[in-house]
Design a protein around this ligand. Structure first.
Ligand code: NDP
Ligand code: HSE
Length: 441
């Protein structure tokens, strides 16, 4: 309009120009006109902090924007986007940006899961937005739905496949019978897994995301140290095949659940019935299944990693923070009012499926069942199959063994673990082949 001053551009500082940062920069630069229209003011990318100026980079990122002086960069920004990863210097830079009045956007789940209270208190005190949609399940909108769309409901449980690398690995084990190491090597060759796959395979990445989801869902502070964590390292091709034979798929689940006693947050491999929506999540995809009192079951599905998918979530947060700066208002603050008790790992309730090899003679099944009864654990199903050659006609019956597959009803983790230990100690029990939890049934 003639005579109307154009709105002042909002200065955006980008910390990091790797897998995600490059795509955020590209999106800000190539989508500038659309973003300006959506925000009501132009977004000006004023600098991109990196470690090494000499690294060859995507030409979409102008070299003149690169700097190694991240501290100076954040001082003059309206919005700071942190996609460098790690705890330091990301934490100090974000706190500095917040103290200077900038809104901040981060994809850094490790930092959030460790330093959530400190960052939120700083953002609340400064009256700025702290947004982190990309920190859980990459492109999938899950932070905003849990934090805002379900703010009028009561979330009971969140079950998530929030680590694409481990989902890819388990999927390859299921489809082609690969052992874990082979499937991890394939994930590395395809760029899903790092050279050191520990963060994914041992469940640290999923635990950070579980802590964030639980904090949002239950209005309670949950840090990564509160999450009981077991990765997929012990899962074998045989476990995955046995799961399929009983109508299950093995998934690494992040579970956050509210019980009468408090909140249980855990990450572990679990058998999911093949007709559950999470069982259909293949390859490196992610999905989060939410159960709420009013809404009932909800499923969020999509790409949990990768430059462009993750940048999509980051840019959504940038637009939202920028709109607040133009139009006034602010995104939700931390909501930790409920402050529910955090339950120890052994107080969780779950179901076990136990595979064991036992002597095949009268009374053995009764002995095993007796141990479960003594521990107050109720059996759901039992299947027995005789073992190959030893069961053949003419074989010495004294040496015969059988496979037992026991599935329990829901019981406390502590009781289930004690039961398995006691069963393992029975004389006719030759081997406990595997113990896997069953979820989603
Ligand atoms: P990369 O390792 O690809 O990129 C990190 C970038 O940060 C690099 O440009 C690096 O600089 C820069 N950087 C690191 N440390 C410093 C420092 N001290 N000072 C200045 N710059 C620094 O990471 P990603 O892009 O993969 O991940 C970024 C964040 O996004 C992480 O928190 C990650 O957890 C999260 N995330 C990533 C996803 C993905 O699919 N990759 C998905 C969801 C979240 P230089 O280039 O010079 O080395
Ligand atoms: N390494 C993660 C995954 C991606 O495999 O899902 C970043 O969160």
């Amino acid at each position: 309009m003639p005579g109307t001053a154009s709105p002042t551009p909002l200065r955006v500082a980008l910390l990091g120009c790797g897998v995600v940062g490059t795509e955020v920069a590209r999106g800000l630069l190539t989508g500038a006109a659309d973003l300006a229209a959506r925000v009501g003011a132009p977004l000006e990318l004023v600098g991109v902090a990196v470690r090494d100026l000499e690294t060859e980079r995507d030409p979409a990122v102008p070299r003149e924007l690169l700097t190694t002086d991240a501290e100076k960069l954040v001082e003059s920004a309206d919005i700071v986007v942190e996609v460098m990863g790690g705890i330091e210097p990301a934490r100090t830079l974000l706190l500095r940006a917040i103290a200077g009045g900038a809104s901040v956007v981060t994809a850094n789940k490790a930092l959030l899961a460790e330093r959530w209270p400190e960052l939120f208190e700083a953002a609340d005190a400064a009256g700025v937005d702290l947004s982190f949609e990309a920190a859980v399940a990459g492109a999938i909108p899950i932070v905003r739905p849990v934090r805002e769309s379900l703010a009028g409901d009561h979330v009971r449980r969140v079950l998530g496949i929030v680590n694409g690398t481990t989902n890819f690995v388990l999927d390859r084990m299921a489809t082609d019978g690969l052992e874990l190491e082979e499937a991890v090597r394939e994930a590395q060759a395809l760029g899903y897994a790092e050279a050191d796959p520990t963060a994914d395979v041992d469940g640290f990445d999923a635990a950070a995301k579980a802590a964030i989801l639980a904090s949002l869902a239950f209005h309670t502070r949950v840090s990564i140290d509160d999450v009981a964590r077991e990765g997929i390292r012990a899962v074998t091709a045989d476990d995955v095949a046995a799961a399929a034979a009983t109508g299950h798929t093995v998934k690494l689940l992040a579970i956050a659940e509210r019980t009468a006693e408090g909140v249980s947050v855990r990450v572990h491999p679990a058998l999911v019935p093949t007709d559950h929506p999470l069982a259909a999540v293949r390859g490196a995809f992610n999905a989060v299944f939410v159960e709420a009192d009013g809404a009932g079951p909800l499923m969020f599905y999509g790409q949990g990693a990768g430059g462009r998918p993750t940048a999509s979530a980051v840019l959504g947060d940038v637009v939202s923070a920028a709109r607040h700066r133009v139009l006034g208002g602010k995104g939700p603050q931390e909501s930790a009012y409920a402050s529910l008790p955090l339950l120890p790992a052994d107080a969780a309730t779950t179901r076990y499926q136990v595979r064991l090899v036992v002597d095949d003679r009268p009374g053995v099944l009764a002995q095993v069942a007796g141990v479960l009864a003594e521990h107050g654990v109720s059996i759901d199903t039992v299947r027995q199959s005789a073992l190959g050659a030893e069961a053949a006609e003419g074989a010495d019956p004294a040496g015969a063994t059988a496979n037992l597959l026991l599935t329990t009803h829901r019981a406390r983790e502590a009781s289930l673990a004690a039961t398995v230990a006691a069963v393992a100690g029975l004389a006719p029990v030759r081997e406990i082949t595997s113990v896997l939890r069953v979820e989603g049934a």
